[in-house]
Write a protein that binds this ligand. Structure first.
Ligand code: GLN
Length: 193
């Protein structure tokens, strides 16, 4: 693949911020709202926002099953915050009817940090050994993860970034900070896929 094309799910949330990060890496990124558009991208980003709202809109826009199928068939995906919740196979503290796309063998607790504090910024331990400045907004954390899940980042011991093969998820919002490492990692994953 020479130049990958990334789709950013554009139902709700910080879509433009993700598009801008890929632009900074010279990667083409486009907003996606229709099932047909999934075939034209090499990977999909599920942005931060509100997972219950995105979940409802996925049903209304008839995107839930197409996304599950595409990701199940190997389409790389990256979810930040609400997007992490949506890529989790299991969630705690979701609303009663809340569905996820799933894909990553993990249990994610919604608003996990929020019970202590709504939003905060913190330097977290990142996989490459260098600290990463992370923005958390009513963030979830990963309560438990299956054997295939690689932990990439922790904050105060809590798992806040994971990778399972071609799926990546962070509890924080790299689209809202200056560090490009998370987006660069996803671009590398697209090249490997
Ligand atoms: N708490 C939100 C949710 O449940 C996620 C917040 C965010 O994406 N910043 O979806």
């Amino acid at each position: 693949m020479s130049t990958p094309r990334v789709g950013v799910l554009a139902l709700q949330g910080d879509v433009r911020e993700h598009v801008a990060k890929f632009a900074a890496l010279d990667v083409d990124a486009v907003a996606i709202r229709r099932p047909e558009e999934l075939g034209s991208v090499d990977g999909i980003v599920i942005p931060g926002g509100e997972s219950t709202t995105i979940s409802k809109l996925l049903g209304i826009f008839e995107l839930l099953d197409p996304l599950r199928k595409a990701i199940g068939a190997g389409l790389p995906a990256y979810g930040s915050c609400a997007g992490m919740i949506l890529l989790a196979d299991r969630i705690i503290d979701g609303t009663e009817d809340q569905q996820t796309i799933g894909g990553i063998d993990m249990t994610v607790r919604r608003n996990a940090f929020g019970r202590q504090v709504d939003s905060f910024e913190s330097d977290i331990d990142w996989a490459d050994g260098a600290a990463l400045h992370a923005v958390f907004i009513r963030a979830p954390w990963v309560e438990d993860a299956g054997r295939k899940v690689e932990v990439l980042g922790r904050s105060d011991g809590k798992i806040v970034a994971v990778r399972q093969q071609s799926l990546l998820a962070t509890a924080f919002h790299p689209e809202l900070s200056d560090d490009l490492r998370v987006h660069r990692l996803f671009v590398e994953m697209l090249a490997q896929a």
